[in-house]
Design a protein around this ligand. Structure first.
Ligand code: COA
Length: 419
């Protein structure tokens, strides 16, 4: 059917779950937004919205209320202005929020490949929470798109889809970030901590991509990550990532979503070495922890002297969300030989603010707790915090703060009785 016909299934007050990141079905979302004038109180639940998220724009409040599970560029303003909501939750928990009906789902908007000979469609670049939503909803609406790569792993049968809209259009792409000297210095410090044969989880952005630049001399790395991007394709082609030493899922890249360019989508299309699984599998700390030498690499906005990490708020404003950070931090700490790394620039706001601080800013959240934290890395080095006292932590963190801030941080630590 047409997209306009399919979204007629949405009723006032429904909760509509939209496929995540580059798996968002743009044609279905646009058709839903076009119904705005005749709809009331429809809750749109989305994790990272990579499209324009017009349902969250000013003036849409009567028709749509956006409930963001991770605030991104196109939804941040709506959340900070109180026109949209943010629901904090670990990425690994989202499928359970839907299937246990803590957040009951009425309609799922997803994107799939055309079916194979047995009638199974691949969920392509976004398996994460979409499959769980579709299995607990009233109506599943799928955009069937030949540009969606056919990835192995989780799949959905035609019988499980209520409305199919055939619409071929290029997927949303994420261009590789610009990597400057700062990111390179951080990347180099992180890469020093990674041993041959490690299994890696890496987030998105310039810092993880900079780390990849310094992994070219490593051997037999593996990937068990919530996502991966173009940078990894080059490392796989160069024979650095082989997945051979992975303790489980040996030989396979495992992820739950992918964000990148067509180069990445072509790499995973029909690739028997890439397995896409739901996020309650990939991000389960018990699964992550089964990998020996599991290394998680994530970023943050601020770290205090105790090692509390804020990766999601600037003051009282929600900037992003926890995503899979804590899932992987906890998984890596259970792993034999594992390391969890939080890598961040030493300053923010063009060098005016130190990200190493005596306390987190008032109103901001603790993303990774001081009990979970392991390594903090800046362009000035690495501080290992696990097993260290608060005093030792403060000292180690000040040593990797920007030199311009070390004296004032030392004075604050003395005032707090830490030095
Ligand atoms: N005080 C004031 N401003 C700050 C700040 C601080 N402590 N820290 C950062 N900022 C500002 C920066 O200056 C920047 O603003 P600008 O662009 O105007 O210079 C802005 O906030 C964004 O900071 P930046 O560090 O560039 O963000 P990022 O895009 O690299 O994202 C996180 C970093 C931490 C927000 C992101 O990695 C995240 O959301 N992490 C949590 C989720 C996660 O780890 N998931 C698992 C992997 S996918």
């Amino acid at each position: 059917m047409t997209a306009a016909e399919a979204v007629k299934q949405v009723k006032d007050g429904d909760r509509v779950v939209v496929g995540h990141a580059c798996g968002e079905p743009p044609t279905l979302v646009e058709a839903l937004v076009a119904r705005g004038p005749e709809l009331k109180g429809v809750e749109v639940v989305h994790m990272v919205a990579m499209g324009p998220a017009r349902y969250a724009q000013s003036g849409m409040e009567g028709s749509f209320r956006h409930n963001s599970l991770f605030v991104g560029a196109s939804t941040r303003k709506a959340v900070s202005e109180g026109r949209a909501l943010h629901t904090p939750c670990f990425f690994s928990e989202i499928p359970r929020l839907f299937s246990w009906r803590i957040l009951p789902v009425d309609v799922t908007l997803m994107q799939v490949t055309p079916p194979d000979a047995e009638g199974f469609c691949s969920l392509g670049v976004s398996v994460d929470y979409t499959l769980a939503a579709s299995r607990s909803d009233r109506v599943t609406i799928a955009q069937m798109n030949k540009y969606m790569p056919r990835t192995l792993g989780a799949k959905i049968h035609l019988d499980e889809i209520d409305c199919i809209v055939e619409k071929d259009e290029p997927l949303i792409e994420l261009k590789p970030p610009a990597i400057g000297d700062l990111e390179k210095a951080i990347g180099e410090n992180v890469a020093k901590l990674i041993e041959d044969g490690s299994t890696l989880q890496m987030g998105i952005g310039a810092i993880p991509d900079a780390v990849l630049l310094f992994l070219k001399g490593k051997k037999d790395l593996g990937i068990h990550s919530e996502m991966f991007s173009d940078g990894l394709v080059s490392l796989a082609e160069a024979g650095v990532v082989t997945n051979k030493k992975k303790t489980i899922n040996t030989g396979k890249f495992v992820a739950t979503f992918l964000m990148g360019t067509r180069k990445l989508y072509d790499f995973v299309d029909g690739n028997p070495d890439v397995v896409m699984q739901p996020v309650d599998y990939t991000n389960d700390p018990n699964i992550i922890g089964q990998h020996e030498k599991m290394v998680s690499i994530n970023s943050a906005l601020q770290v205090d002297f105790m090692g509390q990490v804020n990766a999601e708020m600037i003051g009282r404003n929600q900037f992003s969300g926890v995503g899979g950070q804590v899932d992987f931090v906890r998984g890596a700490s259970r792993s034999k030989g594992g390391k969890s790394i939080i890598a961040l620039p030493s300053t923010a706001a063009k060098g005016k603010v130190s990200r190493i601080a005596c306390a987190l800013d008032a109103g901001s959240a603790v993303t990774t707790s001081r009990n979970d934290v392991h390594f903090i890395v800046t362009e000035y080095g690495a501080a290992e915090l696990r097993g260290k006292s608060i005093r030792e932590r403060a000292k180690a963190l000040i040593a990797i703060a920007h030199p311009d801030f070390r004296d004032s941080l030392t004075a604050q630590a003395k005032e707090q009785g830490l030095l």
